[in-house]
Design a protein around this ligand. Structure first.
Ligand SMILES: Cc1ncc(COP(=O)(O)O)c(C=O)c1O
Length: 606
């Protein structure tokens, strides 16, 4: 826990009074910081009242007792922005009691309210209010204001005379813990600080949870995350580490990317979930139009699902069904590539057929053929199985989970040509490579090809919400253009086209038109080339850098876990694929953080 934030329903709600009482009772356990203050200094008041406490200097102190934005303007100084405050958070062992000014809806800059700072911090919020007449309305208004930003106080403290009626009503209507000052000071410290009560969460996790790709015995303890922002993850033990692999390749621009979080908050005022059969909504339509516009099949169609594996399942099922409609139901074979990975559901396993992950399931998987990533090898296999193959599936340019193995645009183009010359559909699985990871919006763009199916997932919503989509070219769609019910594509998931995720995806796709992401990916690629490009066997494309480490044991190589631990010691989260060490950070990652990742890679492979 980094600390908690003390907000008031208004100026003079009793925030500083509360902080003083808190520090008096907990001076050893907490430190105090008020980043921005005007008028009589609260920092000085706290120092005087609790001499034993550590009290940090404010970032900005202005003498005039007026709104900070106005005071800063009159004093001719710049108000810090939210990033400045985040960067200035004092580094200390103890959790911080961070006092805000005014109310959460007080202006923090020309176009942001202080609530944005609370969102960016992600710390538990203690809302302080006076128990004088009007307390219920005042407090509920503040809660409603916070809710607009997706925030909910961890606790509300009523200062002043105890008012049990107000406590009860505020609790009922706000859904928050409401604590009188006396009660708070007597016995509620942990409850008040919200996230601090997580001492035994690792044991509770071990008892209740089965994690993905993790053995039940012998694995390192999971890292407990209490917050995420930009390229950083906040750990419960106070460390702040760099998410060097974008949380399994999902986080695109950065954690809690403000425009996307705002889009989500806005969407939440209108939608929750609605089914998608026989129903539509603007977010889904808009995101589909933008997706098609970004693709080589603008007149095609989008079929939504909710993760990469299901996007692949949809493509495989449709590819087979279209052959049925075309009178060739004997085309039951799919061709995948060595080191390919397409997800963990049955169709995706069959197409990926990783011997380590999926060999056990072999007897249950439908038949597929596997070839090296080579147009010649593919041509041979297709020629040996004339009229039997429905589709070929490939991760364009980078085979991710198979070890970040890269092939050239020329090879990709040749593979695509082999498919089309033989009339076999080509499925581009861009679940990992899509959204700009490799430097172009879709990896296949570099080969100048137009796939028949295109699978997208992970970064569609900037990684903020789960959503996936399969794009289908018009010449495939045409075979389903019939009222014949036997030719319907009978497939759908409960959360198909989840409206909140679609709203975020639409915002993301719209914002990506500016090309800002491209400049960042180019910056990252240039950085990798400069800092790691000289290492033997290094592979770099867009935001991705990968390097094989000499070790026995492939994916299960012990060296993988050792490299992960070593990088963590340097404050970087990496998750090697066996003996393949790689990084794929969010696009916002600063040069300073890139340097930390590069340094962790260098010392890890040493
Ligand atoms: C290329 C590719 N396809 C499909 C998937 C499966 O996606 P999900 O994990 O969202 O099911 C992945 C996941 O890593 C992937 O890299």
């Amino acid at each position: 826990m980094n600390g908690f934030v003390v907000c008031g329903t208004d100026t003079d709600a009793g925030k500083t009074w509360f902080c003083i009482e808190w520090l008096k009772a907990n001076a050893d356990g907490y430190v105090y910081w008020k980043p921005v203050e005007t008028g009589e200094s609260d920092t000085a008041k706290v120092r005087a009242a609790v001499p034993g406490a550590t009290v940090f200097d404010p970032l900005l102190q202005l003498g005039e007792a007026i709104a900070p934005t106005l005071a800063a303007k009159r004093a001719g100084v710049a108000m810090p922005n939210i990033a400045d405050v985040l960067a200035a958070i004092p580094v200390c062992e103890k959790p911080i009691v961070l006092e805000t000014f005014g109310s959460p809806l007080s202006p923090f800059g020309p176009s942001v309210l202080q609530a944005e700072l609370l969102v960016a911090l992600g710390w538990p919020i203690v809302l302080v209010t006076l128990s004088t007449v009007g307390a219920i309305g005042r407090t509920l208004q503040a809660c409603a204001g916070l809710r607009e930003y997706g925030l909910q106080p961890a606790a509300i403290v009523l200062m002043g005379e105890r008012d049990e009626y107000a406590e009860q009503e505020i609790a009922k209507f706000s859904g928050c813990d409401v604590i009188s000052k006396a009660e708070a000071l007597a016995k509620q410290w942990h409850r008040l600080a919200g996230a601090s009560a997580s001492d035994n969460s690792i044991e509770r996790d071990r008892a209740a949870i089965w994690h993905p790709y993790t053995p039940l015995v012998g694995a390192d303890d999971p890292l407990e995350i209490v917050g995420a922002l930009a390229e950083f993850l906040e750990l419960a033990d106070g460390r702040r580490i760099i998410d060097g692999i974008s949380s399994w390749w999902t986080i695109q621009h950065g954690h809690r990317h403000p425009p996307l979080m705002n889009a989500l908050r806005q969407a939440m005022t209108k939608f929750d979930h609605v089914m998608f059969a026989g129903i539509t909504h603007e977010p889904a339509v808009e995101a589909a139009e933008l997706l098609l516009e970004s693709s080589p099949m603008p007149a095609g169609k989008v079929f939504y699902s909710d993760n990469g594996s299901t996007a692949v399942e949809v493509a495989l099922k449709m590819a087979y069904q279209v052959w049925c409609h075309r009178g060739e139901p004997q085309r039951t074979l799919f061709v995948g590539f060595e080191n390919g990975y397409h997800g963990d559901t049955f169709g995706a396993m069959a197409a990926g057929r990783d011997p380590l992950f999926f060999a056990k399931f072999d007897p249950l998987l439908f038949r597929t053929l596997r070839v090296p990533v080579s147009a010649t090898a593919l041509a041979d296999v297709l020629d040996q199985h004339p009229n039997q193959v429905a589709a070929v599936i490939l991760e364009p340019l980078v085979q991710g989970a198979g070890g970040m193995r890269m092939h050239s645009p020329q090879e990709l183009r040749a593979i695509f040509d082999v498919c089309h010359e033989r009339g076999v559909y080509f499925i581009a699985d861009e679940v990992m490579t899509g959204g700009g990871r490799t430097g172009t919006f879709w990896a296949h763009e570099r080969a100048g090809i137009a796939p028949d199916f295109l699978c997208a997932g992970k970064t569609l919503t900037g990684g903020i919400m789960p959503l996936a989509a399969t794009l289908i070219a018009p010449h495939v769609v045409e075979h389903f253009q019939t009222a014949d019910r036997t030719k319907t594509f009978f497939h759908g998931h409960s959360f198909t086209a989840y409206p909140l995720a679609c709203a975020v995806a639409a915002k993301n796709l719209k914002n990506m038109r500016t090309g800002e992401w491209k400049r960042n990916v180019e910056r990252i690629e240039t950085f990798w080339l400069r800092s790691l490009g000289h290492l033997p066997g290094v592979r770099i494309l867009g935001s991705i850098v990968a390097i094989d480490v000499e070790a026995e044991g492939g994916y299960l190589a012990e060296v993988g876990a050792a490299m992960r631990r070593s990088a963590l010691e340097e404050g970087v989260l990496l998750r090697p694929l066996g003996n393949v060490l790689y990084a794929m950070p969010p696009y916002c990652t600063s040069d300073l953080s890139l340097e930390r990742i590069a340094s962790a890679i260098r010392s890890t492979i040493r």
